[in-house]
Ligand binder design. Structure first.
Ligand code: NAD
Ligand code: LMR
Length: 387
């Protein structure tokens, strides 16, 4: 499905929704056996009883953690509208919050109720990942603790690492065997690794760290510099960590089908200004907004999911932090600049990996007396939001 198809689908979606009648509840269940279902979503419906829903696909379960947070506040409504999985795909949302956010989670469920989305068939809320991830076919792991004042990055890695170790175990125990996992909560690459290592029964290729926001940011900056619309920028890769060492690859990217360096002759701008702009975009945005990017992150999660479920346009590719075997692109080129930057971000990722060895079961790494892995992070390592 390409961009134009999506537009057409968007149009059909609008028409389609306008034709769907209120479905008939066949059984107004008490919430027994579904103790976490919410409000109107505790009613069950027979989709096949409605003429309009006969062509719908089988319901899919989508788990979202951090569901009461800023990113989810945009994402959930996109998922429920049909924008992500299509106008014939009914969905069940399984929302995971923290103990502190349970009230807010109810508020989110109320807003979903009031939005009257025809495709949204079930909403359940909870704080136990083992329950919430039951039969999940997608797990969008957004919830994480932000780095507080005076908190060392090693502490952040450990605190969030524990969340993702637990959620990995819960996915392993409860989710569909083919669940696709998208880790967004920072530091997302290392959290994805921890989650994957704690879920040995789920294929490693199903785990992704969200680098799509960086890819979108890089495309935007290249389009701006070249004076073209951003749909003309393709083959954009983000190498390495979602941090200020990330490498937006302008060597392999293309503008109007041509290598970027043939279109943008100012190579110094590419190596210095462009690269830094993308690396630090998240931090600059936080300074302006007073909070980290939420709407554009939600959009990039949608883009990342769509890229995984629809064929990539001929000749193009997309980038996702993961151990993917979807079909790795082979015709990538490297030069000294690109390799030296990739080595730096790789060193940072390997250092993060050593820091969380106690959470991934890696026994080869030195541990402190308290059992925490010895942490030797490079001094300048920072999330995009920490500059
Ligand atoms: N990878 C990326 O490109 C990218 C981009 C932007 C933000 N982020 C990261 O995404 C995360 C969420 O951002 P946000 O703006 O939505 O934050 P937020 O603070 O608005 O929301 C986070 C929510 O997660 C909840 N939470 C905390 N621990 C949890 C747990 N163990 N289980 C379930 N829920 C839990 C919190 O209660 C809160 O409601 C942050 O770590 C942020 O740094 C990543
Ligand atoms: O939350 C952050 O630290 C920033 C975020 O990862 C971003 O890139 O916008």
């Amino acid at each position: 499905m390409d961009f134009i198809d999506l537009q057409i689908n968007g149009f059909w979606l609008f028409l389609y929704l306008s034709q769907v009648k209120t479905p008939i509840p066949v059984q107004a269940e008490s919430p027994k056996g579904k103790s976490e279902c919410y409000g109107v979503f505790c009613l069950t419906y027979d989709l096949k009883a409605e003429e309009e829903t006969k062509s719908w696909k089988k319901l899919i379960n989508i788990a979202v953690s951090g569901a009461a947070g800023m990113i989810s506040n945009h994402l959930l409504f996109k998922l429920a509208s049909g924008e992500v999985f299509g106008p014939d795909q009914p969905i069940a949302l399984k929302l995971l919050g923290s103990e502190r956010s349970i009230q807010a989670l109810e508020g989110v469920a109320m807003e979903l109720e009031d939005s009257l989305f025809p495709l949204l068939r079930e909403v359940s809320i909870g704080i136990d990942p083992y329950e919430v991830f039951q039969d999940a076919e997608w797990a969008l792991l957004i919830g994480a603790k932000p780095r507080g004042p005076g908190m060392e990055r090693a502490d952040l890695l450990d605190i969030n690492g524990q969340i993702f170790a637990e959620q990995g175990k819960a996915l392993n125990a409860s989710a569909s065997r083919n669940v696709k996992v998208m880790v967004v909560g920072n530091p997302c690459n290392t959290n994805a690794l921890i989650c994957m290592k704690n879920a040995p029964n789920i294929p490693a290729k199903n785990f992704h760290a969200l680098t799509r926001l960086d890819e979108n940011r890089a495309k935007c900056q290249l389009a701006l510099k070249a004076g073209v619309f951003y749909d003309q920028v393709s083959n954009m890769t983000i190498w390495g960590n979602h941090s200020t060492t990330q490498v937006p690859d302008f060597l392999n990217a293309r503008i109007n089908g041509l290598p970027v360096k043939e279109v943008i002759k100012d190579h110094n701008w590419l190596e210095e200004e462009f690269t830094e702009k993308v690396q630090k975009r998240g931090g600059v945005l936080i300074q302006k907004w007073g909070r980290s990017s939420a709407a554009s992150t939600a959009v990039s999660i949608v883009d990342a999911i769509k890229s995984l479920i629809t064929p990539t346009p001929e000749g193009d590719w997309f980038s996702s932090g993961g151990d993917g075997d979807y079909e790795l692109v082979k015709e990538v080129i490297f030069d000294d600049y690109l390799l030296s930057r990739i080595r730096k971000t790789e060193a940072e990722l390997l250092a993060e990996k050593r820091c969380v060895a106690h959470l991934t079961g890696d026994v080869s790494v030195r541990k402190t007396k308290s059992g925490i892995a010895f942490c030797d992070l490079p001094e300048d390592t920072m999330l995009p939001g920490e500059m």
